[in-house]
Design a protein around this ligand. Sequence first.
Ligand SMILES: Cc1cc2nc3c(=O)[nH]c(=O)nc-3n(C[C@H](O)[C@H](O)[C@H](O)COP(=O)(O)OP(=O)(O)OC[C@H]3O[C@@H](n4cnc5c(N)ncnc54)[C@H](O)[C@@H]3O)c2cc1C
Length: 464
Amino acid sequence: MMDVSAELSRTLGKATLVEPGRLPAYATDKADFRGSTPAAAVRPRNAGDVAKALEFCNRRKLRVVARGAGSSLTGAAVPGGKWVVIDTSSLDRILEIHVQDRYAVVEPGATIGALNKRLARYGYFYPPDPASAAFATIGGSIGTNAGGLKAGLYGTTKDWVLGLEVVLPNGTVINTGSRTLKRSIGYDLTALLAGSEGTLGIITKAILKIWPLPEAHRMFAAYFGGMKGAVDTVAELEKLGIALSAAEFIDKSGLALVRKHNGIRIPPGSNYILIVETVSNKEAADRVLDQAIMIAKSNGALSTKPARSEGERADLFDARRHMLISSKEKAERTHRRVVIADIVVPLSQLHLSLREMHHAVARSSLDVILYGHAGEGNVHADIAYLPGDAKETKAMNALQTRFGEIAIKHCGSVSGEHGIGLEKKDLLKKEFAARSTSESIELMKRIKKQFDPNGILNPGKIFD
Ligand SMILES: Cc1cc2nc3c(=O)[nH]c(=O)nc-3n(C[C@H](O)[C@H](O)[C@H](O)COP(=O)(O)OP(=O)(O)OC[C@H]3O[C@@H](n4cnc5c(N)ncnc54)[C@H](O)[C@@H]3O)c2cc1C
């Protein structure tokens, strides 16, 4: 039987191979998806190592998964048995920053947080901002086309990737896109790779668009009895041209956790908190904040609270950023696991969808927290269930399906930003069938075959 580690070590050099004792850690991810311990894992030093490793695996038809921080939430980064992991978190250099031309060139293992720390020195930033930005890598976030807290204003990852260096399964290195802010050069392979979940090629370099940091930001929290007022607030602010770099909401059960962790005081009757951040120039900042608060009040906010200091702003932001971690901690106290639904609907449908989601939760026996990015109508549902308990597992699956159906009914999608991975393959089929476009999945499969004829790259993710 072939010793994959030994052969890879001969091909690439021992230094790139992960020690056997550390391989089990790759079997799972931050959402506790269970795959298998891989046969080997490589930490490449450059694109050449990735090319050699892929060429080796392709010849032997060994399955491969690219891995960044392993923080995706659908099982996308988890290997099967006898697979090889290519852990690109080892390629973490920020190679070039060109502020006048508004782009940076980075390796895939750099975290979004590290990139933003560097860019801040120049007064710039990279806007895609998943709540996991401190540890999520550029490669992984392109793999899932991550969204995050600022997507309502700035869009998602795909809008910020200008070009990629990608290694194909046969070891060929291709370059997509360009260093320019626009281009029209045939099929957009860069956009195709964003959200491809490591199924088409392994990214070894990315040219990313960057943006000047806004001069000033202000934040406030508004508490609502119903979500309609929050939706109308967001819509009215946007109509007035007020730039919202965040419009996050958390439901009542999430609020209970927030209160515990962040000492936030919640007025009686509140079922939702809406956390809004405005950006503007310095002169306009306070006026814009006052106007935004007035609009929230006129749309029925029970109470509003501006963040008066950086500390108060951080508290509010952290409450939302740590929502998933807080709900996981709560679930773990009763040995439960959390799975996360990630539906997205047009803004006008958000409160209607939430109402139906709450009905579904009330009919189930499970503990569920609903929260998300109001600006884009993106709802996350942290569903806690006992993995060994057949009744709870069935209820969890029924809720996931129901939430997907609600999204489809309201002209939305079954995933706003986490992707499909292993978890949402059936929901993807449902969505395409509902739109009478099942042929789209067949087209995706044919595209996959062109990139990866032997089907070695992350098979079984997105579709079977
Ligand atoms: C607490 C928490 C909060 C989160 N909040 C958000 C949020 O607000 N918004 C959001 O969108 N997501 C969120 N996520 C999900 C996740 O963090 C993001 O999807 C993130 O972008 C994944 O980055 P990663 O480095 O962990 O990628 P991984 O999980 O390692 O990989 C993700 C996918 O990309 C592929 N991949 C990895 N590296 C490469 C590469 N070099 N080339 C090609 N493919 C590659 C993998 O094979 C996999 O399919 C959150 C996750 C956590 C744990």
